[in-house]
Design a binder for this molecule. Structure first.
Ligand SMILES: Nc1ncnc2c1ncn2[C@@H]1O[C@H](COP(=O)(O)OP(=O)(O)OP(=O)(O)O)[C@@H](O)[C@H]1O
Length: 627
């Protein structure tokens, strides 16, 4: 049972062991993936008109369990698109049927039995290999599996993928090949039946490529997994390591079969490979039309004819079978027929939300700790600015002759904490999003616990930064040393900074970095004008709503009221001649702040904060699920 303490297979007789220590992994169904009449269309724009562009043109094919299949073809022929469509990563714009054994693909089932490893290694740079694996195990495996079993499973996988000796290495220090192996190990934790890999050999040297492809072949053969990857132009040696080749040319399939059958297959069609030529190069040359475009049309037609519509008997040109394409009969692969079974896959019980949030939070804490330099910089920046501002505006808080200067200090303070709150996350989130997308697509967790885990680390840290700024600057500027005023002052600044941080998340989640770093600050500047640079009575009617909408204005007015309102007594005057604002109420009245009620302002800022996070979560959810 998959839920056993010792992690066993569903079928005890089945020897599903890949680790050297003999750890048993939960056995998932062997799944053959086939597709019929698969089309993928995107919308493009030509001369300001929407034009539909078909990338995959009604292709058929079948990828069997226990085999490593390479999707090959020239650049731009649609390899990644096909992989995206098959993995369920791109859904809108696709049509045709995708089968898992004899059942039509169901999105939930697909997510449960497959994983998709993209070309770029989106792994967590600041975690060690073992930490990454452990978190993945906690998130992906049911809670009924004990921590010891999870640890043992992690070790077995590291062993199997040759990563044991790098277990304590931080992933950013891994080589390209090691990172790719880690990407696979992370997904193998749930023993998926199907693995999709987009150009896994890109960026690897020939030796690493060869080792990596051998590893993939082992993973396919040992556990009857269905492994499908896209590939550019492999060496002859690498080409031979694949069980099946699926060749595309401009969105049409021109060949599907074993690699050693490529040359005879094309020779049958009078496309002759030059002697001593790499068959992989030859295949690509045919695909790009070096042997004529008319042969490509014929090849595409042939593969269509020879694909029997009944997906149970989908056609493959297999090594030990005679080619019978001339009379249009499909070769029935008995192995495939034997494997056909009603496809059912147990959905693993994921940990509950609170546990997901807990493990994600622990992961964030580790990553934050490793990123000490960045954190220290943030704290230090707040402290240094506090000293600069504190010195510039020293003593202004308790002097009737410089009340306006104190108001400028409060404005500057408010704006500073609004900016630091926003800018800290506005750039980091788009980078984070790529890893989030990979993990979310591969069903590591749900979005809600993820958001909570982010806030659980970001909010306390931002509060710390605010305090590091507020305490010294408050004292240096001689603000009233009253607990009530200090508390309100601090609470307003912290809440405003956090609200601004939430707008940073929203910008980061909705816009490309180049746009968000511009839009975010402009938004803040716009909101900060109200309440400070313009009197309410001077605001044109069409902008009045902005006055009320601005949480920066609400915060600024409340801060000033906190310092000068609540019945503050007469201020000392350092000017011997005259101090216009000896009575703080006079100042508040002239500034139109006398009627400020800080409590509704506080609730409005909190409401703004909540709404922004709800909106951010909704946008991220939409982006993650838009396929
Ligand atoms: N959303 C899209 N809008 C417009 N064209 C697209 C879109 N997605 C893919 N294409 C086009 O579809 C074709 C196939 O793209 P795809 O990325 O699948 O190619 P590929 O074979 O994986 O290429 P490469 O090997 O260079 O990565 C390309 O011409 C690409 O420009």
């Amino acid at each position: 049972m998959a839920t056993d303490v010792k992690y066993r297979t569903d079928d005890a007789s089945n020897n599903n062991v890949i680790g050297k220590k003999g750890q048993l992994f939960p056995k998932k169904a062997e799944v053959d993936l086939s597709f019929e009449n698969l089309t993928y269309t995107v919308n493009t724009f030509s001369k300001f008109k929407k034009v539909k562009k078909e990338i995959l043109h009604g292709i058929n094919g079948s990828f069997q369990s226990g085999q490593l299949t390479a999707i090959m073809g020239p650049s731009g022929c649609g390899k990644s698109t096909l992989l995206n469509v098959l993995a369920g990563y791109s859904i809108s714009g696709s049509s045709g049927q995708v089968y898992l054994n004899d059942s039509l693909r169901d999105e939930k089932q697909m997510a449960n039995i497959s994983c998709y490893i993209q070309q770029d290694d989106y792994v967590r740079d600041l975690l060690t290999v073992r930490e990454s694996m452990t978190v993945a195990a906690h998130l992906k495996l049911p809670t009924t599996v004990s921590a010891i079993s999870k640890a043992s499973q992690v070790e077995d996988l590291l062993d199997a993928l040759g990563l044991s000796i790098h277990g304590d290495t931080v992933t950013k220090r891994l080589s390209g090949g090691q990172k790719k192996r880690l990407s696979i190990a992370l997904e193998l934790i749930t023993n998926p039946s199907i693995l999709f890999l987009d150009e896994p050999t890109t960026g690897l040297d020939s030796q690493s490529c060869s080792q990596f492809v051998s590893l993939m072949a082992d993973l396919a053969h040992n556990q009857s997994r269905t492994m499908v990857c896209t590939l550019h132009q492999p060496s002859a040696l690498l080409f031979e390591k694949f069980d099946q080749i699926y060749a595309l040319s401009s969105g049409q399939c021109i060949y599907q079969g074993p690699p050693n059958f490529v040359i005879p297959y094309f020779a049958e069609r009078t496309i002759v490979c030059p002697p001593y030529h790499n068959p992989a190069d030859f295949l690509i040359e045919v695909a790009i039309g070096e042997y004529g475009t008319d042969v490509l049309v014929k090849l595409a037609d042939t593969t269509k004819i020879t694909y029997i519509k009944d997906h149970n008997n989908c056609h493959l040109i297999s090594e030990d079978q005679e080619l019978q394409l001339e009379n249009g009969t499909c070769l029935k692969n008995n192995n495939i027929a034997d494997k056909r079974q009603t496809f059912k896959s147990k959905i693993l019980n994921k940990p509950p939300y609170y546990l997901q949030a807990y493990h994600l939070y622990l992961r964030n804490v580790i990553m934050y700790k490793r990123n000490k330099a960045n954190l220290m910089l943030r704290v230090l920046a707040h402290f240094v600015i506090a000293l600069i501002f504190g010195y510039l505006y020293r003593g202004v808080g308790n002097d009737a002759s410089v009340v306006i200067s104190n108001m400028v200090f409060v404005y500057g303070t408010n704006l500073f904490l609004v900016y630091t709150g926003q800018m800290a996350v506005i750039v980091s989130f788009p980078l984070e999003y790529k890893v989030l997308k990979r993990e979310h697509f591969n069903s590591w967790f749900t979005l809600f616990p993820y958001m909570i885990s982010i806030l659980l680390v970001e909010i306390p840290f931002q509060i710390l930064c605010c305090l590091v700024y507020i305490v010294p600057s408050y004292i240096m500027t001689s603000q009233p040393l009253e607990l009530m005023r200090f508390s309100y002052f601090t609470i307003f600044l912290v809440v405003t900074s956090l609200t601004s941080q939430s707008t940073g998340f929203l910008c980061g989640a909705t816009m490309p970095v180049k746009v968000s770093v511009f839009v975010g600050p402009v938004f803040v500047v716009l909101l900060s004008v109200f309440g400070f640079a313009i009197r309410f009575t001077d605001i044109p009617a069409i902008y009045v709503w902005l006055h009320y909408f601005s949480f920066v204005r609400g915060s600024f007015q409340s801060l000033v009221y906190t310092l000068y309102g609540f019945g503050r007594g007469v201020l000392p005057c350092s000017d011997e001649m005259y101090c216009h604002y000896k009575n703080p109420m006079k100042f508040l009245t002239e500034m139109e702040f006398a009627q400020v009620n800080i409590y509704p302002e506080f609730f409005y800022i909190c409401f703004f904060f909540l709404c922004t996070y709800v909106l951010t979560t909704t946008v991220i959810w939409y982006r993650l699920n838009k396929r």
